[in-house]
Ligand binder design. Sequence first.
Ligand code: FRU
Length: 484
Amino acid sequence: MYTRENADTFIAERKYLMKEEYRLAFHLMGEFGWMNDPNGFIYFNGEYHMFYQHYPYQPVWGPMHWGHAVSRDLITWRYLPVALAPDQAYDSDGCFSGSAIERDGKLYLMYTGHLITGPDKDHDYRQNQNIAVSEDGIHFEKLASNPVIGPDQMPAGLSQKDFRDPKLFERDGAYYAVLGSNDGQGNGLILLYRSDDLVNWSFAGEIARSDGQLGDNWECPDLFELGGRDVLVMSPQRMPSQGDDYQNLHSTTYMIGRLVVGQGSFTYDRYEPVDYGFDFYAPQTTVDLKGRRIIMGWMETWESEIPTQLGHYWAGAMTMPREVILQGESLAFKPLEEMKAYRRNGYEASGIPLSGVRDMEVRGDCYELEVVFEAGQAVEFGLKLRVSGDEETVLSYRQDDGLFRFNRDQSGIGLGGERRTKVLLKDGLLALNIFVDKSSVEVFIQGGEKVMTGRIYPGTDSLGIQAYAEGACSMVSFKKWDMK
Ligand code: FRU
């Protein structure tokens, strides 16, 4: 029987088994066992709350619970008891993803109940939407009237089983939830529901649907206002790649457009990837105390082996929190200012000529870099991180194709591969802000115009940092801080 108490006891009794080797220093991970999507991201009662899809009993996906952590600065997190367990008839095969909202001083969670209905668990299932409420932000009571949106409230002619991941928001004095689904013919879509009290819900429209290029099911939608525009972020499953973009099994895209709740419509012109790397999925946003829109994603990829699943007793991490900024007709993503409080042992060098490989004479497995390259005549230039012997993680730029590359073919154990994305130099300069944290690399390119995220699993003594150029270029500046 899955209960919150059983989950907490299990974690407390076995936590000592967990191996630290690849645990991250300034990222949120599950307390033990498995973690996927961020859920219920909100500021409530003086702290930021982040919940997460959680299977405590093994480092593999299983009947979903909601893990729970709180933070004052979105960087250092403290675990709280498991918030939801699949302990009801309507959610007995999992409490799937969802979100949070505050009403009359209480914290409301809305989540998807998952039910397996036949012998093939990948195809025979139903999903419904439920509410759990808390006064203290720690202990949650599921409503007696759950489910609050049942499959009978799905429009006819669509998938009658994929119906999940409600994201709550307020608009014009009413509550709304966006949900992911598909048309049963291979196209993902988003449904909008409306409520006055978070308990009674009515269908308000299908607001977006794939044009055939955007995946066969859409997960984890998030719809928010930014700078007078409406932004939809969602995660299409099995989206076909387009050139260098959308190379992962599942992707995450954003669209800037206009939501008209009365018409149940969202119009947009184009879509873009949220992250150009290997490991970024199912993000969720919230607004912080300073009014910033903050996004965090699951820093993994579905259906691939994660090295810590064998013998480490944990798997899954979140990305750093990133500020979402509207820059013209695009979004930029920036590290939070708060990260600067974690900088230690600053090192700085400037005006460094580069031709061939240069050891930067600083080392580490948990650090931040701010590097500006002046491309000059170099064919290719970049950085090699987590270096020792044959091991290296390469971030590079080539002038002939204008592509920035993140290559992890020699990063250690775990998956290899390369991701590429077009980057324009600015006055001949390339600015990188890079965060390395034990088993992760996040690269903010040209002030966050593009971000690339990937997990790597190098040896513990792969600590070297090198810069290199084919041809000649220079590093205008190189700054490094240890983190924490
Ligand atoms: C996305 C997702 C969600 C679902 C959850 C289940 O990663 O598939 O659609 O609610 O994970 O854990």
